[in-house]
Design a protein around this ligand. Structure first.
Ligand code: KG4
Ligand code: ZN
Length: 354
C-alpha cells in the first residue's frame, strides 16, 4: 500500500491536533493547534535581523535559515505541548504564496514528517492562513465576515462567506500596503521590517504633509487600492525637500504616510460591510499589527453595530498557528496531498482548490 492509499483510509477525527508549519518568508514557525482554535504550543524563529543588514529579505538567506531553524522549532513546540510526533493527527504546511526556496524547506520537512508518521499532509494557502488567524482570536467567530487583508504581498477587502468560500471585493492594483510601508521606511533611513519602525516613528510626528488619498472615490473598483502613487508621493516629497536644502521632519512624514495608507483600508472595509450587510469585520496579515490601524478601526465601528475581530499582533504577522487553524479546515475536508506536493510562489486563495 502506498502512503497516499493509507492516508485515504484514515478516519477524520472530531478534535484533531494539527501541526502548522510556516516557512514562506523570514519566519520559521511551528505551532500545534487543537480543533483549529486552541494553540497548544508554538515556536517562531525569525531571520529578520539577518535581512536587516541588507534592507529587505534576501531569499537565499531566508531558505538557509529555515533549514537550520526548522528542526529545533518543531522539537521545542512538541516539548512545550508535552506531546510526541505520534500525537499529531496531520501536518499542515504553507504551500504558497511566498519565496519558493523558503517554502520548499517547510514543504519537504512536512512531507518527511507526514510520511514517517503515516499521517495526512495538508497543503495550506498562506493567505487563507492569515484569514484563519481570526478563528484563533475569537473562538466563537463564524463566517460570514469581511476581512481586511493587509500584508507584505497582498492588500484586499475579502468577503468570507463560509469557511471555504471567499470573494475578493477589491484589491490593490499595484503595491501591497506592507510593501509601501517597507519602501517608505527605506527612504526614511529606517531598517527592515519597515512597518513597525514607521509606526514607532509616526508616534513622534503629526499628520501635516498633504499626501494623496488613493482611489477614494474610484469608479472602476469601489474596494480597490493603489499604493504605488502614495509611495511615489512620499519619495518625491523627501527628494524635493532635500533638493531645496530643507530639513525633513521624518516623524511627520511617517505619520502622514501611515494615516494615508491606513485610513483608506478602514473606510473601505466599513463601507463594504455596510453595503453587503456583513456585521463582523476581521483583520488579517502583518499590517494588522499596526496600532494606528487597530485604534482607527475600533473607533470607526463604534455605534455601528459591527463586531470587530483583530488577532493579537503576533498572529497578524506570519506564524504557525494560523497554518494550523486553516490546516484544520482543510483536514476536515480531506484536502490531503501526496508526497509529490510542490511549493508555489503564487496561489489563488479565493478557491481552496490549488
Ligand atoms: O503578513 P506578513 O507578516 O507577511 C506577508 O505575508 O507578507 O506581513 C509583513 C508585512 C511587512 O511589509 C511589514 O512591514 C508589515 O507587514 N508590518 C507592519 C507592521 N508590522 C508588520 N506594517 C505596519 N505596521 C506594523 N506594526
Ligand atoms: Zn504573511
Amino acid at each position: 500500500m502506498t502512503y497516499f492509499e493509507k492516508i485515504n483510509e484514515i478516519q477524520i477525527k472530531e478534535n484533531p491536533i494539527i501541526m502548522g508549519i510556516e516557512t514562506s518568508c523570514d519566519e520559521t514557525a511551528v505551532a500545534i493547534v487543537k480543533n483549529g482554535r486552541e494553540i497548544l504550543a508554538e515556536k517562531i524563529i525569525s531571520s529578520a535581523p539577518e535581512h536587516a543588514k541588507f534592507g529587505g529579505v534576501v531569499p537565499e538567506i531566508a531558505s538557509r535559515m529555515h533549514t537550520t531553524a526548522i528542526l529545533s522549532a518543531t522539537k521545542e513546540a512538541l516539548e512545550s505541548a508535552n506531546l510526541t510526533l505520534n500525537d499529531i493527527d496531520a501536518f499542515a504546511v504553507t504551500k504558497g504564496a511566498g519565496l519558493l526556496g523558503a517554502l520548499l524547506v517547510g514543504v519537504s520537512f512536512a512531507k518527511a514528517l507526514a510520511f514517517s508518521c503515516n499521517k495526512p499532509l495538508v497543503p495550506v494557502s498562506h493567505i487563507r492562513g492569515h484569514i484563519a488567524a481570526s478563528y484563533i482570536a475569537d473562538k466563537e467567530l463564524k463566517p460570514p465576515f469581511i476581512t481586511i487583508l493587509a500584508s507584505g504581498g497582498h492588500t484586499a477587502i475579502v468577503a468570507v462567506k463560509d469557511y471555504y468560500n471567499m470573494t475578493v471585493l477589491g484589491s490593490t492594483l499595484d503595491d501591497a500596503v506592507g510593501e509601501a510601508f517597507d519602501k517608505v521606511a527605506r527612504v526614511l533611513g529606517l531598517s527592515y521590517p519597515g512597518g513597525p519602525n514607521i509606526e514607532r516613528l509616526a508616534k513622534e510626528g503629526k499628520n501635516t504633509i498633504k499626501l494623496p488619498k488613493m482611489l477614494k472615490n474610484y469608479e472602476g473598483g469601489e474596494f480597490d487600492f493603489s499604493y504605488s502613487g502614495l509611495k511615489t508621493a512620499v519619495i518625491n516629497y523627501v527628494h524635493n525637500e532635500t533638493e531645496r536644502g530643507k530639513e525633513i521632519n521624518k516623524a511627520d512624514v511617517a505619520n502622514s504616510f501611515q494615516c494615508s495608507a491606513i485610513d483608506v483600508l478602514v473606510e473601505k472595509a466599513l463601507s463594504a460591510s455596510k453595503k453587503f450587510g456583513y456585521n463582523t469585520i476581521c483583520v488579517s496579515g502583518g499590517v494588522g499589527a499596526n496600532g494606528y490601524l487597530r485604534e482607527k478601526l475600533a473607533s470607526a465601528v463604534k455605534g455601528e453595530n459591527i463586531k470587530l475581530v483583530i488577532p493579537e499582533k503576533k498572529y497578524c504577522t506570519d506564524n504557525g498557528a494560523m497554518i494550523g487553524a486553516e490546516g484544520y479546515l482543510q483536514y476536515k475536508k480531506r484536502n490531503f496531498a501526496d508526497l509529490d506536493l510542490n511549493a508555489r510562489a503564487v496561489v489563488p486563495f479565493e478557491t481552496d482548490k490549488f
